[in-house]
Design a protein around this ligand. Structure first.
Ligand code: GUN
Length: 292
């Protein structure tokens, strides 16, 4: 049995946050305190955990942090007004509206309302365009940016590699594919999804396989080419009565059977998850620099 390199997102994220801490200190000497506002609508337990850890990381770095928790019944217009107020607030450089919002909210319209210069999620059409154009003044969505950083610091060569991304979301799949195919990374990219014909066969082509579907342990051993690099973006809660919480976290990859085949793999938790928050802090610093 092969033993794969475990891509340790916790330690890479800690190094990114150290850089962020140093840059924050430098900005503070110029009288600029980076400010991030996180808006949560409703009380989805997983979203509450993510929002809490974003606010905590802000505090650790010395950011100004604003956590706005709105009831599930908040109307579209009320939410748009919250965004407009944050757009106008000079102490706020980054605005993040936690996804998914309740069903009655038109998320697209909310994203379009965010000032693109404060859109640290990189979801606004202006930032999506900049990603396509490879314009570095735009914001790159945090999760795919974190995956790329993990590949880079782990010395994984994407040049000419066959990459397969499973999932076509605007948060992960599509931007991940764009980053892999960019002139910096030079991978050959396939985007696969729930309607793809013979998904296991497509995945078996991959030198780099990125799973971002939100289905626990969907990627099995016979989907993976021996020696592949596997990036597992999934964070799924599955019921587990042996845990105090009543659930355990698992990725989109059947880790136990897949890991022995890989040259490198991200664990869940402790792989991509911590990278997402670290890249959000980096994006907020970019916003603070660009707005000041
Ligand atoms: N929900 C899951 N991931 C994300 C993210 O990166 N940004 C936002 N706004 N919501 C999310």
């Amino acid at each position: 049995m092969n033993s794969p390199k475990i891509l340790d997102g916790k330690s890479v994220a800690a190094a990114v946050l150290d850089e962020c801490r140093a840059e924050t200190a430098e900005l503070l000497t110029k009288g600029i305190q980076p400010g991030l506002a996180v808006v949560l609508i409703g009380s989805d337990p997983a979203s509450q955990v993510y929002v809490g850890s974003k606010a905590r990381t802000c505090a650790e770095l010395g950011f100004h942090s604003l956590k706005i928790e709105l009831p599930a019944e908040t109307t579209q217009e009320e939410l748009l007004q919250v965004v407009r107020d944050l757009n106008a607030d000079p102490a706020i450089h980054g605005i993040l509206v936690q996804s998914p919002p309740p069903k009655h909210i038109d998320e697209e319209a909310v994203i379009r309302e965010i000032d693109p210069r404060k859109d640290v999620d990189g979801f606004h059409p202006e930032n999506v365009a900049k990603l396509v154009l490879e314009d570095p003044s735009g914001f790159v969505p945090c999760t795919p940016a974190g995956c790329m950083k993990l590949l880079e610091v782990s010395g994984i060569n994407t040049n000419g590699a066959e990459a397969v991304v499973i999932g076509r979301s605007m948060i992960v799949g599509k931007p991940m594919a764009l980053l892999l195919v960019s002139k910096i990374s030079n991978a050959t990219v396939t985007i696969a999804h729930s309607r793809s014909k013979d998904l296991p066969a497509i995945c078996r082509r991959a030198d780099i396989l990125v799973a971002a579907v939100g289905r626990p342990e969907m990627v099995k051993a016979d989907w993976v080419k021996p020696g592949a690099v596997v990036i597992d973006v999934g964070i799924n809660r599955v019921p587990d009565p042996s845990k105090k919480s009543g659930y355990r976290l698992t990725g989109d990859v059947a880790y136990q059977e897949v890991a022995p085949l890989c040259s490198a793999i991200t664990p869940v938790p402790g792989g991509v998850g911590p990278m997402t928050i670290a890249m959000l802090m980096k994006n907020t610093l970019q916003a603070a620099r660009q707005l000041s």
